[in-house]
Design a protein around this ligand. Structure first.
Ligand code: ATP
Ligand code: MG
Length: 357
């Protein structure tokens, strides 16, 4: 079997530390399962601005396009806060999503029994929570034209446009059904169909796609209710699918349920080429370079890569089991440690996970 080519974009801040950890874990997987992973490194974000004068250099994009999957750390930091808009590190992320057609953002939210008291929710509410939010990433209100201000009849007026093509809605909803068919077989489609025409079309399409997946249950939920249900009874969800802006808001809300930002992975799937995997957290400038960051979100992102991009299910399970085991044994980085628990460094956490593999 040939080598899997993985483009690694460590980025800024703790991005470097956590991607290094994930690569070591992937190397442990390669050894145990006899695979070959070939890592290539590229610049993105603040460091790319410093070295190449742009947050997403053309050579980085070329390298990613020729890879089988992309692993990203995080971008940004106070050093670049005062930069003009086109020289902000975050522009690199927006650009790579657009250039690589990363239309589907998957964020699993999973409860770890050993971290029960990190959650702001009561134990019986958060227990056994295990769902995925599927967010549309390249359309809707954030990209629709026209968008801007003008003066109309002497009044200052502003407009943003929520625009979707039928095909864009169909493909994201299909991703959700495919995912649900391999999980608990339930899709919650979130919209605002009592008010928005775009949501009424979304709902229609969800019904059409559902016909192709007779074993998956479809439920519709208004976005305001969904925001409430995530707190009231998050156990009811398996796969939540929604458009760009609703997904932006709900996925940040959902990421707080378990109280462990440093634990949550994500995948962004492409229509045309390689997909991209990254932790949901940012570059955490406050702890960067201190060997303190929790590497688990990035390590679990690499497990998603194995499963979704390479079809290596057993290998992905091995990573997830190793993480479980190390947490159960009581190892904690500072962000998830409780009083009295021994705190380990990034590197120690990575070593424990490798050993468990
Ligand atoms: P961004 O705008 O890039 O999302 P942010 O400031 O919103 O950045 P983070 O960079 O994720 O968010 O940091 C938020 C807080 O969480 C910080 O205090 C940071 O130290 C902490 N944090 C984030 N990720 C981790 C991690 N992997 N391990 C430990 N702490 C983390
Ligand atoms: Mg943030």
């Amino acid at each position: 079997m040939g080598a899997y080519r993985i483009a690694v974009l460590p980025g800024d801040g703790i991005g470097k530390e956590v991607t290094r950890g994930a690569i070591e874990v992937l190397q442990a997987i390669a050894t145990r399962f006899n695979h070959q992973f070939e890592f290539q490194y590229g610049l993105i974000g603040g460091e790319a601005i410093d070295q190449k004068g742009t947050p997403l250099p053309a050579e980085t994009l070329d390298m990613c396009r020729q890879s089988d999957a992309v692993l990203l750390g995080a971008v940004g930091g106070p050093k670049w806060d005062g930069n003009p808009p086109h020289l902000r590190p975050e522009k690199g992320l927006l650009a790579i999503r657009k250039e690589m057609n990363l239309f589907a953002n998957l964020r699993p939210v999973k409860f770890y029994a050993s971290l029960a008291d990190s959650s702001p929710l009561k134990a019986d509410i958060i227990q056994d929570v295990d769902f995925v939010i599927v967010r549309e990433l390249t359309g809707g209100l954030y990209f629709g034209k026209p968008s801007g201000r003008r003066v109309e009849n002497g009044e200052e007026t502003v407009v943003d446009t929520l625009l979707y093509k039928r095909e864009e809605m169909t493909r994201i909803i299909t991703v959700a059904f495919e995912l649900a068919s391999k999980r608990k077989k339930k899709v919650t489609s979130v919209d605002k169909a009592n008010v928005l025409e775009s949501s009424r079309m979304w709902r229609e399409i969800a019904e059409e796609v559902a016909k192709e997946f007779p074993d998956v249950e479809l439920e519709h939920m208004l976005v305001d209710n969904a925001a409430m249900q995530l707190i009231r009874n998050p156990k009811q969800f398996d796969v939540i699918v929604t458009e760009n802006m609703f997904g932006d808001i709900l996925s940040d809300e959902a990421s707080m349920l378990t109280g462990s930002l440093g634990m949550l992975p994500s995948a962004s799937l492409s229509t045309t080429g390689p997909s991209l995997y990254e932790p949901i957290h940012g570059s955490a400038p406050d702890i960067a370079g201190q060997n303190k960051a929790n590497p688990i979100a990035t390590i679990l992102s690499s497990a998603m890569m194995l499963r979704l991009s390479f079809g290596l299910h057993e290998e992905a399970n091995a990573i997830e089991r190793a993480v479980q085991q190390v947490l159960t044994s009581g190892y904690r980085t500072a962000d998830v440690a409780k009083k009295g628990q021994r705190v380990v460094s990034t590197k120690e956490m990575v070593d424990e996970i490798k050993a468990a593999i």
